[in-house]
Design a protein around this ligand. Structure first.
Ligand SMILES: [Zn+2]
Length: 382
């Protein structure tokens, strides 16, 4: 094996020294590039599989490294994060023989192998189809498909929705040079609303810059649009587009082949059900290939009803709660279950209680406008 490796290395090094790209015509350059890209994939596969062996045998300890990933990162001149992901991929491929074979043969790049490994380990039945996708489309196309597979493989739709909600966070800090920085993680529905406001400002700023003859990188305009949407509010009404297979809504989760996506990205059906009551969201229900837009009037809260509810609920409708800020109108019987925007089916509750109802199974009990909210397994509801 070492003799072979030495010969291969000598051949490659010789070629690198002798290659004078300017002496090649374009077509030859492209052909060589294709061959080199394939070798690169083979090398990535070799490196990842050897790293796995280094990991298993714990030989990385000899050099005083903190982990196998640290050893690989130092040897290969990559980041520890990238090395750890590669190790993770090879580990996952032990259960995915078809993908492992394609990776070994140089048919997949490290990025493609990592995407397929992570999605197919959640849904092994999707492995073959994902390999075909990888061969037929770009990395972006493969990523989108993998996201759909992961979404379809979520065993518990409600738990997924809860996780996305509970794990939301935003961190702000200052860089050493004084720049303001942030890192934000949002549930997909909140993200779609932010995108809507952000994109509207981006379009506006982009058009203004073009008219004025300015040209700056897109990222700079993205930053301006972010500041504008936070400091000035949206410049157009918020809107998001939810696309869902009609049968999934009453069922509460998707079956293989069904879709539930906001702005093209898969979301839990639990989240989609909550969004049905949000008139800023356009809902396209799919029934096979037919797309029907869920009619607007059942979903918007008429101004008169809104005023009545504001008068009846100056504070959160939950009995023990005195919250009077950012109250939201909630359909007692959800729109997904046929609830309508009527006086007898609506109250105002605070965001905290709204979340408990949407994501944690809290239930509305009591009589009309004498409601309360109780935990899912309350043995003695009032
Ligand atoms: Zn409350």
């Amino acid at each position: 094996m070492f003799a072979l490796a030495t010969r291969a290395a000598q051949a490659l090094e010789k070629m690198s020294c002798e290659l004078e790209p300017e002496l090649l015509d374009g077509r030859d350059a492209a052909r060589l590039l294709e061959m080199v890209a394939r070798w690169e994939k083979v090398c990535a596969s070799l490196r990842a599989r050897l790293a796995r062996r280094v990991d298993e045998t714990k030989v990385w300890r000899d050099g005083g490294h903190r982990s196998a990933a640290h050893f690989v990162a130092e040897t290969a001149g990559t980041t520890v994060g990238a090395a750890a992901r590669a190790l993770e991929t090879v580990r996952a491929l032990e259960e995915l023989p078809e993908t492992a074979e394609a990776f070994r043969a140089g048919e997949l790049s490290e990025t493609q192998a990592a995407e397929i490994a992570s999605a197919a380990s959640e849904d092994p039945g999707a492995e073959t189809a994902l390999l075909e996708t990888a061969a037929a489309t770009s990395v972006k196309g493969l990523r989108d498909r993998c996201r759909q597979v992961r979404a379809g493989a979520q065993p518990d739709d409600e738990a997924w929705a809860r996780h996305l909600h509970v794990s939301r966070r935003a961190n702000r800090w200052r860089d050493n040079d004084g720049a303001w920085r942030a890192d934000i993680r949002l549930s997909p529905d909140a993200g779609a609303r932010v995108d809507s406001a952000w994109d509207a400002h981006l379009d506006r700023i982009f058009a203004e810059a073009r008219r004025a003859g300015h040209r700056e990188p897109r990222h700079a305009y993205e930053a301006d649009a972010f500041v504008a949407s936070v400091t000035e509010g949206p410049c157009k009404p918020i809107e998001a587009r939810l696309e869902v297979t009609a049968a999934a809504l009453p069922r509460g989760h998707t079956e293989p082949g069904e879709r539930c996506e906001i702005a093209g990205s898969p979301i839990p059906v639990t989240t989609a059900r909550a969004l049905l009551a949000d008139s800023r969201v356009t809902v396209l229900a799919r029934d096979g290939n037919d797309v029907t837009e869920i009619s607007e009037p059942t979903r918007t809260i008429p101004a008169r009803l809104r005023r009545q509810l504001e008068a009846r609920y100056p504070t959160c409708g939950v009995k023990t709660c005195a919250n009077d800020r950012f109250l939201e109108i909630d359909h007692v019987v959800p729109v997904a279950e046929g609830g309508r925007s009527k006086w007898a089916n609506a109250w105002r509750i605070c965001p905290h209680h709204h979340h408990l109802k949407t994501y944690f199974g809290w239930k509305v009990v009591g009589t009309t406008h004498d409601w309360d909210l109780v935990p899912p397994d309350d043995p003695d509801p009032p």
